[in-house]
Design a protein around this ligand. Structure first.
Ligand code: INI
Length: 157
């Protein structure tokens, strides 16, 4: 026996409360991420009454609402979903960068998982690929990351 203590997250955080915050911008894509996240949560035993879905105008608005939810103590994990597409905006770097930076700041300040499920892609096609077609569903991946992180945090106390 090596004596090394290993901690791995498991996917059994069924009693936890999850908030999904989704942007309305590029809703054609983002709503597929929301469906993917809901599907992953429910198939891992999360009850409907423990899921809250909040919608915001765009990815730039995600950090503030995630911060409020994370500080509310009413949620155990927050999942931010959005799609920032370079071809669709002149200020791609600003929106994508500020959104990502804000979300990681919120997670560190709140001490709960705040998962960044915001697609940042070169084209609408790339976003579609990640929203339930050939590259999977990043909303579902984000939900799985939230479940896994809750398990890891619980174990490290
Ligand atoms: N918001 C997005 O979520 N994705 C985008 O691709 C995008 N573009 O293209 O600009 C976008 N802009 C809106 C932004 O998030 C804010 O809602 C807006 O600037 C008001 O603060």
């Amino acid at each position: 026996m090596s004596g090394i203590k290993q901690i791995d997250g498991v996917f059994t955080a069924a009693d936890a409360r999850y908030a999904i915050v989704a942007s309305r911008f590029n809703s054609f894509i983002v709503e597929q991420l929301v469906q993917g996240a809901l599907d992953a949560l429910k198939r891992h035993g999360v009850k409907d009454e423990n899921i809250t879905v909040v919608r915001v105008p765009g990815a730039a608005e995600l950090p503030l609402v995630c911060q409020k939810l994370a500080a509310s103590k009413k949620q155990d994990a927050v999942i931010a979903l959005g799609a920032v597409i370079r071809g669709a905006t002149y200020h791609f770097e600003v929106v994508a960068g500020e959104s990502a930076k804000g979300l990681s700041q919120v997670a560190l300040a709140a001490g709960i998982p705040v998962i960044n499920g915001v697609l940042t892609t070169e084209s609408i096609e790339q976003s579609i690929e990640r929203a339930g077609t050939k590259a999977g569903n990043k909303g579902a991946d984000a939900a799985m990351a939230a479940i896994e992180m809750l398990s890891v945090l619980k174990q490290i106390g």
